[in-house]
Design a protein around this ligand. Sequence first.
Ligand code: ADP
Ligand code: MG
Length: 264
Amino acid sequence: MTLTLAAADGRPAPAEDLAHFPLAIRGLTVSYGEKPAVFSVDASFHPGAMTAIIGPNGAGKSTLLKAALGIVTPLSGQITCYGRPLARQRERIAYVPQRASVDWDFPTRVIDVVLMGLYRQLGLLGRVRQRHLDTARACLDRVGMAEFATRQIGQLSGGQQQRVFLARALAQGADLYLLDEPFAGVDAATEKAIIAVLKDLKAQGKTVVVVHHDLATVRDYFDRVFLINTTRIAEGTVAEAFTETNLQAAYGGRLATAQMGAAV
Ligand code: ADP
Ligand code: MG
C-alpha cells in the first residue's frame, strides 16, 4: 500500500495520513540568521522503526530535532506528532540532547536527573513517592547505572552521563525517542548498552530517531535513514536510501572513502 502524503493538486495531505507517523515534518525552514539552517524539509518518521538522521557537521540535524520538539521556532512549516499538533503531544516524546549541550555545574544526583523524566506524573509540586523512586531505579538498571544512583552527575564519565540521560528518557515512558548523537565520545561498553536499550524500545513498538555520525554502524543499528544537508537529500529504508550516491550528495567531498566503503 502506498501512502499518499500530498494530493496531486498540491493541497495539504489529509490528516489521517499524518496520523500514521509518530513524527511528520512538512515544509520546515529554520533560520538563526540570514542563511537557513534547515530549508523546506519534509520528513516522515515511521512507527516502530529505528531511523538515523545523517549528514555532515552543520547540516541542520540538531536543529531539525529541536524544531521537532518546539525548542527552536521555525520560520515556516508544520510539525505533527501522531497527526496532532506538538503542544498536545509533548509527553509522548522523550529527548536525549547532544551531550556537550548540558553543563552540570550545580550538584545533582543521578537519581534526581532520572526523576526529572517523571515530572509530568509528579506535577510541579508533587511529592516523590516510593513508586517514583522504584521507576527511576528500574530505568537506571536498564542502562546499567543502578549502582550510581546517589553519585553527583558531574562526577560521571561522558558515557555514563549519556546513559543517565537515556534512563531519564525511559522514565518518561514516551512513544517517540529522539536522541542527538548518543554515541559521540562514549566508550564501546556504553555504545553497546545504549544500542541494546534502543533495540529493546523498538521491540516494544516504540519509535526511535537518532542523529548518528558513524556511517560504519548504520546498517547494523538502523532500519531507515534520513539524509540531510540543510535540505533533504534522501529518506527511506537503509537499502533504499543509504547509498553511495546519496552519501556523496549529502557530504560532497567531505566523505572519507574509508567510511563510504561500509555503505556500498
Ligand atoms: P548539525 O547538528 O547537523 O551539526 P546544527 O543544527 O547544529 O547542525 O546547525 C546547523 C547550522 O545552524 C550551522 O551552520 C550552525 O552553525 C547553525 N546554528 C546552530 N545553532 C545555532 C544557534 N543557536 N545560533 C546560531 N546559529 C546556529
Ligand atoms: Mg548536531
